[in-house]
Write a protein that binds this ligand. Structure first.
Ligand code: ZN
Length: 487
């Protein structure tokens, strides 16, 4: 579940003397850079990030391991540089998110040594010039790994003696959850797709034209002693959801923030423009708002974040709710985050099909109740797609991909790279690398009902009947109990 990021060395290095020497110098720099780094979110008890063949308790000398996330790794022997195909990890879950900064910084080092052979990829990539999946399929990567192990140790991997194995390191999250009766259909009430409010080309340097206004949720840039830096820092909008770069836009940078925003800003690398799409109907004269938050946050954290980064106290509709309702909202947001984390940590090859779908459905219901219609919606449907396709269930996978696509189009438009990718998946779901990878798929998956809407169809999509047959388990002490309380 979730999504991966990493980089591939493509075309593959040949094991020439020059390449071996280059790889040795690359490894030296890696060890110099990370040898003394400790990370409390790492996998080792002592927090040490690098796991080296020279460590006394090293479990696998074939690789140098980064003990974060899914433990990305690289061959430890420079003579085997031709087996360095990929450095990657899942990065979307509670346990795997810490891997991303390491992947990005190792990628930079790799570029220094291997140049244009190094290709960064990110499954949720929206920057257009980079791929969403790697240059090899996973079978090639696994085969190379197997072969390298035989070359180096004379035998294949003995799973009983290994702590980690590619893509299998993340423990699947226990899905002991308790159902609390029937859920309502989760379909949100999406606005029409023709909701492009505006798109903006990159701005010039007319910084002084930006409005300076300390009323409401507008950047209080006067409070910054370094005005130009202040203007840049508080007005740039990110160029892609994972991008480190931002752009200053004379129009879009003036759009105010709301924690319950009615529009979405997206950098569309396909057309080289920032787009603003309406997320709901906007009345004439009603203010258009976007979110400045970097992720979903509860009230206190939102206030802290906006004060620190943008120097204002948020007085949006959500933040001004009466205390009791705000606490309800916070509770819902907490639950949404719990499910998001659980889905991110889910291992699609071993997890329970029906429980996984039930989690996604619950999250969509919570998002709808919270009035959220943002990138969380297409992401949730994409999660459902991954669960279905891993179980070889093409019929449902196709529908989930279509729903993810439709939701993505509302947020970003048809011409965004992510929308295009989802369209491809909806057309050919079985081409996804997770297809039929689940080890324990249910037998005899039922065909869809005749009617393609209504409760019956909804129950079929989410396998509600199969889920309701599962024995209810106690939710006491279950950290992922997101069903235990009524909202
Ligand atoms: Zn607010």
């Amino acid at each position: 579940m979730g999504f991966d990021c990493g980089f591939d060395i493509y075309p593959r290095l040949e094991a020439t003397a020059v390449n071996k020497e280059t790889y040795r110098r690359f490894l030296d720099e890696i060890i110099r850079t990370y040898g003394d780094v400790y990370d409390k979110e790492g996998r080792r008890a002592d927090g040490k990030v690098l796991d080296m063949p020279t460590d006394s308790d090293h479990c696998d000398k074939v690789y140098v391991w980064f003990m974060v996330g899914e433990c990305p790794h690289m061959p430890s022997n420079p003579d085997r540089c031709d087996y360095f195909l990929r450095f990657s990890s899942k990065i979307s879950g509670r346990l795997t998110t810490p891997a991303e900064p390491y992947i990005r910084s190792v990628h930079k080092i790799a570029r220094k040594y291997f140049g244009s052979r190094v290709h960064f990829w990110h499954e949720m990539n929206e920057t257009g010039d980079e791929r969403q999946w790697g240059y090899y399929d996973w079978r090639e990567v696994h085969d190379a790994s197997k072969k390298l192990r035989v070359l180096e140790t004379g035998r294949e991997l003995d799973l009983t003696n290994r702590a980690w194995e590619e893509r299998g390191e993340t423990k699947s999250t226990p899905l002991d959850t308790t159902a609390t009766g029937l859920e309502q259909p989760c379909a949100a009430n999406p606005p029409q797709a023709s909701n492009l409010v505006q798109d903006y080309g990159s701005s010039g340097s007319a910084l002084d034209q930006l409005r300076i206004d300390v009323e409401g949720n507008v950047y209080a840039i006067r409070s910054d002693p370094r005005p130009f830096l202040g203007i840049a820092r508080t007005n740039v909008l990110p160029l892609g959801s994972e991008a480190r770069e931002g752009g200053l836009f004379l129009g879009a940078s003036r759009i105010n923030h709301s924690c319950r925003h009615n529009a979405q800003n997206t950098w569309n690398a396909n057309i080289g423009r920032l787009t603003i799409h309406a997320l709901s109907d906007i009345e004439e004269g009603q203010e258009i708002t976007i979110s400045y938050l970097s992720r979903r946050m509860e009230h206190a954290e939102r206030q802290r974040f906006l004060k620190e980064k943008f120097y204002f106290d948020c007085r949006c509709d959500l933040c001004m709710l009466p205390l009791a309702q705000r606490e309800e909202s916070d509770l819902r947001l907490r639950k949404i985050q719990s499910i998001d984390d659980a889905l991110g940590d889910l291992d699609e090859t071993t997890s329970d099909y029906d429980a996984g779908l039930h989690l996604v459905r619950t999250m969509l219901r919570l998002l709808e109740e919270e009035g959220v219609w943002d990138a969380g919606v297409p992401r949730a449907y994409y999660d459902a797609f991954q669960i279905a396709i891993a179980n070889g269930d093409e019929a449902r996978a196709k529908i989930f991909a279509e729903r993810s696509y439709a939701a993505r189009v509302i947020i970003e438009g048809k011409d965004s790279p992510e929308s295009a990718r989802l369209k491809l998946l909806a057309d050919r779901p079985a081409q996804h690398w997770l297809y039929e990878t689940c080890l324990d798929s249910p037998q005899g998956i039922s065909p869809p009902p005749q009617e393609t809407d209504g409760m019956e169809f909804d129950d079929w999509i989410w396998r509600e009947n199969e889920w309701s047959k599962q024995p209810a388990t106690s939710s006491v002490n279950d950290p992922w109990d997101v069903f235990g309380e009524d909202l």
